[in-house]
Ligand binder design. Structure first.
Ligand SMILES: Nc1ncnc2c1ncn2[C@@H]1O[C@H](COP(=O)(O)OP(=O)(O)O)[C@@H](O)[C@H]1O
Ligand SMILES: [Mg+2]
Length: 441
């Protein structure tokens, strides 16, 4: 089985590793930079950027893979799945039109509204022609969140009380967004605990993987600026300490309905990952956003737990046979901690050498944005290496991940608090204060 893998982060490293568990898999990868982990698992690789459609096409034509796996959002937004489809290659990863689920927040909010799918907060969408109405709408909300309509690399969404304070600032930010984006989404601010429910779909059947909680803030105690994600954890019972089974089922139901709505709306079947960014509130589960791909770091929490052959799962996605597959996950807890360059995210120290000593055997190590050079591995401007601990409980998994970080040295830092009891109890207390209708607390 020949698989073309596009992407070069730690997410793609774990995707590569999981696909390679099938002895018949031969991997061919297209990457933006030389990720040593992915390269070592590949028969062949090509480097280039994700907008160079000609280069991707000629690599694919030469390799003739059975299917492609598109990891990051950027190539999905550039229409790489469409391009490959034109030359007869199916992708795990949606077409450009279906990837609007992630790339256009107005598309997704409107989809849920049109098909009467629960999960939306109060929201409205504004453009240059009706910006005046935004003022009234903002006045009528308690606190609000402003979202540019389009990919912003996780840097465009602003939350009242967090990134700005007053309603005037909210309106001013709407105007600012419309300088560079065609529309802006204004929504009510929801209170609760966030989690990621990464679902696999062939456009008809939707299957949830265990829920994961990510940590966006750069420093311990959820301090500092937002990042691509500093680490994440999942629990052995495939719930989270503040989530009920019903919460997870509700998140899956929203996603099943959204998959059906996508087909009605576009006539196309969505094949790939529908990652629901959910929040559990006092009124139950709400949808913050969808991503059209696995999470990074969250992919590292779920793929190593997959007992079912991932390459077979991908085949079932391509052939729309997911209803025939029972995807099983080990009942283990996972903790993932990212080592990032000093100064990240604002002023990262790139081009610094990283030394890796022997990693404890029980730990996983995944390369993210590092550059393999002749004399070793160097940092770039983004997250460098992820350490993963897996064990039968969270406490042990956290210790393994923490231990693994000690075998890597360089001008790097990480969040020591991810997966610790102290932080998790804080999340549980937060949720108890808010209440959850599915828990009657
Ligand atoms: N309606 C909302 N209420 C409260 N917080 C929100 C809301 N929408 C988004 N956020 C916060 O902003 C973050 C980023 O928003 P999200 O919709 O996930 O966009 P992106 O990941 O593209 O930046 C979320 O993780 C969440 O913390
Ligand atoms: Mg998000």
């Amino acid at each position: 089985m020949k698989i073309l893998l596009i992407g070069n982060g730690a997410r793609e490293h774990v995707i590569a590793e999981t696909l390679k568990k099938n002895k018949d898999t031969k991997l061919f990868s297209y990457l933006k930079s030389k990720n040593p982990g992915i390269i070592s698992l590949s028969e062949e690789f090509e480097t280039g950027n994700y907008a160079d459609l000609e280069k991707i096409k000629s690599f694919a034509l030469r390799i003739k893979p059975d299917f492609a796996f598109i990891g990051p959002e950027e190539p999905l937004n550039n229409g790489v799945a469409d391009l490959l489809s034109e030359i007869g290659i199916t992708s795990v990863g949606p077409t450009k039109s279906l990837a609007r689920l992630e790339t256009s927040k107005s598309f997704t909010r409107n989809l849920l509204r049109k098909y009467k799918i629960e999960g939306n907060p109060k929201f409205e969408i504004f453009d240059k022609n009706n910006l005046d109405d935004a003022k009234k709408f903002i006045e009528g909300l308690g606190q609000c969140v402003i979202k540019p309509d389009g990919l912003t690399g996780g840097k465009g969404v602003k939350v009242q009380g967090d990134h700005f304070q007053t309603k005037k600032e909210a309106f001013d930010y709407c105007s600012e967004v419309l300088q560079s984006h065609s529309a802006v989404v204004v929504e009510e601010k929801l209170e609760g605990e966030e989690f990621s429910l990464q679902c696999l779909t062939d456009g008809k059947t939707v299957i949830a993987t265990p829920p994961v909680q990510d940590h966006k803030r750069a420093f311990a105690g959820d301090k500092g600026p937002n990042t691509g994600g500093m680490g994440s954890y999942s629990c052995e019972n495939h719930l989270l300490p503040f989530l009920t089974k019903k919460d997870v089922e509700d998140g899956l139901k929203i996603t099943q309905k959204a998959a059906e709505a996508l087909h009605k709306e576009t006539g196309e079947f969505y094949k790939g990952v529908m990652y629901a960014g959910l929040i559990v509130t006092k009124n139950g589960i709400k949808l913050l956003e969808y991503n059209a791909r696995l999470g990074d770091p969250e992919a590292m929490n779920i793929l190593p737990l997959m007992e079912t052959d991932f390459a077979e799962v991908c085949n079932a996605i391509i052939n729309q046979e997911l209803h025939k597959v029972r995807i099983k996950f080990h009942n283990n807890a996972t903790v993932c901690k990212y080592l990032v360059p000093e100064g990240y995210p604002g002023n990262p120290l790139g081009n610094e050498k990283i030394e890796i000593k022997k990693i404890p055997q029980s730990a996983g190590l995944y390369y993210a944005s590092v550059e393999q050079k002749e004399d070793g591995i160097y940092t770039t401007s983004s997250r460098a290496i992820a350490c993963l601990g897996i064990s039968d409980n969270l406490e042990k998994a956290e210790k393994i991940a923490e231990e693994a970080t000690k075998s890597i040295s360089g001008k790097l830092f990480h969040r020591k608090d991810i997966g610790t009891n102290e932080l998790i109890e804080k999340r549980v207390r937060h949720m108890k204060n808010i209440g959850n209708k599915n828990q009657n607390i």
